[in-house]
Every structure is written in structure tokens, then in C-alpha cells.
Design a binder for this molecule. Structure first.
Ligand SMILES: C[S@@+](CC[C@H](N)C(=O)[O-])C[C@H]1O[C@@H](n2cnc3c(N)ncnc32)[C@H](O)[C@@H]1O
Length: 301
């Protein structure tokens, strides 16, 4: 729980205020029983005004240690990925290094990228931004809230310093001017939840893209297909039927096992598959996630 101090205020407000993370005031307060003044103040400062009184009351309440343990498990489970981005960005990099996007995505987007100004929102350590440089983008604005991931992106991008502009920022306040990019992409980051985009995030992606330009959501969550459709997006999958299944290609057997135990602990068949097959490439179906071979696009009027 002490790791929650890793977030900045904007991130905490988003984590604590939006429905997306589904944290109740009770779980939050109970999870902080016995924690340091520093982390409690951090949460108290960023919890919305109407929840603050209830939060302080629950913090004072006498609860059995098992209740506090259970609340900690709920909170840490919900914040698992956000904590990964902020606290252990190198581990996240190890995971996504092997999680390659289907090359057909960027082959299809090439005419929208080449010679153009591109925004990558929720850029992480630059997986999609890198592809945009490879496909000839004139400039890529890589916007990302986690300082650790942005640092990795900057290190990876030293050779492309003139093309990639790393910027701290979030979907609801993208730090680039109106109509300043030809293409706005977001890869495995934008969702229908306001904490990860939603209506305010989409309005920002539309604001920064010029008329006639495109907003492209790469590798959307299946549960967001209907939302994206309602907002005018067209869906494309680039994986032909019957071709070999896409895999995550970890750097080594050891790295595959480490990632399986850390990121897929809830799905023991992943570690079992790696141990049994002695393979460092793991099919997406074993991981239980849809492969990164689709995107949704919208032309800005
Ligand atoms: C699954 S990662 C994907 C990163 C990168 N686009 C990639 O494909 O590797 C999701 C990213 O979204 C970022 N993110 C989370 N909430 C965000 C927000 N409200 N605004 C912008 N980015 C956000 C995270 O910090 C993280 O880097």
C-alpha cells in the first residue's frame, strides 16, 4: 500500500474518482489501516470532496486485521497495472518487448503515418511510437503519464531524438495544440472508461487532430467494440483466418517464466505451458487475451 505514493496527484485523482477502477471508499480506507501518515495524506488529498468524510470515518473505524488484508488485496488487484506502469516500468517493458503488434496494422496505416505528424496517446515505453518512426512519421508526440515508462521511451529513442517528442500527459488534457496532428493513435491504452480516455479522452483526441485526419485505436478491448461503434469508429482486423496463431515472444525461457508468474499469476496454465513445452513463445490463446491484430479508425470532420 505504501507504493501508492508513487503516483502523482493527477493520476491518483483519476484512479480514485472514476468508476473504471471500481474502488469503494470502504475498501480504500480499510486497506490503509496501519499505513504511514504519508500515504494516507496522499489519498486524503486526492479523494473527491464528497467522499472525504466517509473515507476519514472508515479510517477511524475498528476493523479486524483480516478485513484490512482483504481490502488491501482488492485495492492492489484493481491497481495492479497502474502500479506496474509507475512502480516497475522495467518489468512492463520486459513483458511488452515480447508482445509484438501484428505488422499488418502499420502496413495498413502507412499512408496515414508517412511524412505526417502523429500523436501516440498513452505511449508507454513507445511500442507504437517506434513503428510510426519506422513508417516515416515526420514527428511523433508520445504522451504518457508514467515518468518511468517515459524515461524508457526516451532512452530507446535517443537515435530518433528529432522525430519523437516525449510529453507527460493524460487523455483528458493532451499537451498539444488544436488540430496539430494528422493522425492520433492510442495502442492498448484508450478504453471507454473515463480514467483511460472515455468521452473526455475521445474529445481530446478529436481536438488535436486536423480535419480530414484520423483517430486510430489500436488493439481495443473487446468490451469496447460496441462503444467505439456507437462513436462512429470502423473496426478492422488484419489477421487472416487459418494462419499461424500470434504468440508473445519472451526474450528467454527464464524471462517467460518470470513474466508468467508476475503478470499471469491468476492463470496458472501459462506457467504450466512454458514448463511443459520449454518454449519462450506463448500463444495469445494460452494467455487468455485477444491478439494485437486489430484497430478502430475514425475520420475527423
Ligand atoms: C497497456 S499500456 C500500453 C502502452 C503502449 N501504448 C504500448 O502499446 O505498449 C497502457 C498505457 O496507458 C497509460 N495510461 C493509463 N491511464 C492513462 C491516461 N488517463 N491517459 C493517458 N495514458 C494513460 C499507462 O500509463 C500505460 O503506459
Amino acid at each position: 500500500m505504501e507504493d501508492l505514493v508513487v503516483f502523482d496527484d493527477a493520476a491518483l485523482q483519476s484512479l480514485l474518482c472514476h468508476q473504471g477502477f471500481g474502488l469503494s471508499v470502504e475498501d480504500l480506507a480499510h486497506s490503509l489501516h496501519g499505513m504511514s501518515r504519508q500515504v494516507i495524506e496522499c489519498i486524503e488529498r486526492n479523494i473527491s470532496g464528497n467522499n472525504r468524510v466517509a473515507f476519514l470515518n472508515e479510517l477511524q473505524r475498528d476493523i479486524p486485521p483480516e478485513r484490512a488484508d482483504m481490502a488491501r488485496r482488492v485495492v492492489l488487484d484493481r491497481l495492479f497495472w497502474e502500479l506496474t506502469y509507475w512502480k516497475t516500468p522495467d518489468l512492463y517493458e520486459e513483458l511488452t518487448g515480447g508482445e509484438r503488434l501484428h505488422p499488418g496494422i502499420f502496413e495498413q496505416l502507412a499512408p496515414d503515418i508517412s511524412g505526417n505528424r502523429v500523436l501516440d496517446a498513452g505511449a508507454g515505453s513507445g511500442r507504437a511510437a517506434l513503428e510510426c518512426v519506422k513508417y516515416g512519421a515526420e514527428k511523433v508526440f508520445a504522451v504518457e503519464p508514467s515518468p518511468g515508462l517515459l524515461r524508457i521511451l526516451e532512452q530507446k529513442w535517443r537515435s530518433a531524438r528529432n522525430q519523437v517528442v516525449p510529453l507527460r500527459g493524460r487523455f483528458d488534457a493532451i499537451p498539444v495544440p488544436d488540430k496539430s496532428v494528422d493522425l492520433a493513435i492510442s495502442c492498448s491504452a484508450f478504453t471507454a472508461d473515463p480514467a483511460q480516455g472515455g468521452e473526455p479522452g475521445l474529445a481530446e483526441l478529436q481536438r488535436v487532430t486536423r480535419s480530414g485526419g484520423k483517430v486510430v485505436i489500436i488493439w481495443p478491448r473487446p468490451q469496447d467494440y460496441a462503444w467505439l461503434d456507437r462513436h462512429g469508429f470502423s473496426y478492422v482486423t488484419v489477421q487472416a483466418r487459418g494462419v499461424q496463431e500470434m504468440c508473445v515472444q519472451f526474450g528467454s525461457l527464464q524471462s517467460a517464466l518470470q513474466c508468467a508468474r508476475h503478470f499471469y499469476a491468476h492463470n496458472p496454465q501459462v506457467a504450466r505451458f512454458i514448463e511443459r513445452e520449454r518454449r519462450s513463445d506463448v500463444p495469445f490463446s494460452i494467455l487468455g487475451i485477444n491478439p494485437p491484430c486489430d484497430y478502430c479508425w475514425l475520420v475527423i470532420k
